[in-house]
Design a protein around this ligand. Structure first.
Ligand code: NAD
Ligand code: MG
Length: 406
């Protein structure tokens, strides 16, 4: 492992662009920022197609820019915003996402899925302070992303609760430098999701709403399904590999159903440091926004006596085959994680639309990984090409299954 983050100077956040502002992380970020109006200005807000939600956020937060990346130019909408007395310049299309990150100090990268890669990478390349919620960017293009961030002097602050916890638990010396050579393992915790104890034979019939009913966290639908399958934890293992520059064999997963310990760092002397909080994303968001200071997040204080018990168990790879697939893709290296991610996005989308059974999600991903030959992931073009091929292949696998079932 090398020193990834803590040895970097971090500037205080002033103008903030929020990519994916209408989502779960976007809304939690705006909640935290609203508690500190003297310290943070909302520079840009983006959404894909939810125009009404974005409009009300603009009226409330008055950003310099707002972007609807999935819609064509709409002058009526622009006029409506002006009519509401809002000074915001409204942009349309994916190019607006790049513009949104250009003039700010910090970027909250909270678009879901592979769509987050291009603007997040752009922000990193401009040397911004990047608050990284979008894990798919590092899963797809970890080495390219980290190289670009390093070369541009960007500061990466993890928002994913596990990585934020690891970041908080990493050792530093008297000068604030991380000493990761003294770390034995990183332990990522996982709740086990809504089907941790469900009978295996029942999993084939679970519905999207059941899969999205997470016991502890309230999140967007895609990541909720990923949490149920534990692909989310697999993606997080890959994310940790690049963020902290640690070999896969030194990243372990433990199931902790209460979601109070968000991850742990195991030192060579046997000491283990953990970060705890109630499961509320405003905690890591406030930590990253204020870093290296601390500020109030709105989260409830932790009451350990009321919680009573914290328990742990190993993950069962028969119940959670996606976790095994993610480790395998990470070990295979190159474009395999990008292929895994793309196949997962297609399969989860098909599941959420009622076109694929829950247990077929892992089967489709395995089939795509088996069918496609991986290659080097040393340029963005190669990564995007792998992403495209994997999407086409996964769509075909879903189609074949739908035909067979008909
Ligand atoms: P969400 O579905 O609630 O919100 C997604 C946001 O991205 C919305 O604003 C949406 O308009 C925008 N978006 C969707 N598709 C887009 C596209 N093709 N192009 C541009 N914008 C698009 O998602 P979320 O739960 O807030 O998660 C966001 C990211 O943060 C994901 O990568 C997720 O893995 C990560 N994350 C989320 C949580 C959580 O608690 N929600 C925790 C850790 C990490
Ligand atoms: Mg997480």
């Amino acid at each position: 492992m090398t020193e990834p983050l803590k040895d970097r100077a971090v500037q205080r956040t002033r103008d903030l662009a929020i990519l994916g502002a209408t989502g779960s992380i976007g809304c939690s970020t705006l909640d935290v920022v609203s508690r500190h109006p003297d310290e943070y200005r909302v520079h840009a807000l983006t959404a894909h197609t939810s125009a009404d939600e974005l409009e009300s956020l603009c009226v409330r937060h008055n950003p310099r820019y707002a972007v609807l990346s999935g819609l064509p130019e709409d002058t009526a909408l622009r006029r409506r915003l002006r009519g509401a007395g809002c000074p915001t310049e409204l942009l349309f299309g994916a190019a607006g996402l790049l513009q949104a990150v250009e003039e700010c100090d910090a970027v909250m990268a909270a678009i879901v899925g592979a769509a987050g890669l291009a603007p997040t990478l752009h922000a990193a390349g401009l040397g911004k302070q990047v608050l990284l919620a979008n894990k798919e960017a590092l899963v797809m293009a970890g080495p390219v992303f980290m190289r670009k961030a390093r070369d541009a002097g960007a500061v990466l602050l993890p928002i994913d609760s596990e990585h934020n916890a690891v970041f908080q638990c990493l050792p530093t010396d008297a000068s604030g430098r991380a000493k990761v050579s003294e770390v034995r393992r990183i332990l990522l915790t996982a709740s086990g999701g809504p089907f941790r104890t469900a009978p295996l034979e029942k999993l084939g019939a679970v519905t999207p709403d059941e899969a999205c009913a997470h016991p502890n966290w309230s999140m967007g639908r895609k990541i909720s399904v990923d949490s149920a399958t534990m692909m989310n934890k697999g993606l997080e293992v890959i994310e940790a590999r690049w963020l902290f520059d640690v070999e896969p064999s030194r990243i372990e997963v433990v199931i902790h159903p209460q979601s109070i310990i968000h991850s742990l760092v195991d030192y060579v002397d046997g000491s283990v440091i953990a970060q705890l909080s109630n499961p509320d994303m405003r905690v890591p968001i406030a930590h990253a926004l204020a870093y290296p200071r601390r500020m109030e997040s709105g989260a409830k204080p932790l009451d350990l006596a009321a919680i009573g018990q914290l328990s742990f168990e190993p993950p069962d790879l028969q119940r959670f085959p996606c976790l095994g697939l993610a480790y395998a893709a990470l070990r295979a290296g190159g474009t395999a994680p990008a292929i895994l991610n793309a196949a997962n996005e297609v399969a989860v989308d098909a599941f959420l639309r009622g076109r694929l059974g829950y247990t077929a999600i892992a089967q489709v991903i395995e089939e795509v990984l088996g069918r496609l030959e991986g290659g080097e992931a040393d340029t963005l073009e190669r990564v995007l090409e792998a992403d495209r091929s994997a999407r086409a292949c996964a769509a075909q696998c879903v189609e074949n299954r739908t035909e067979r079932a008909a």
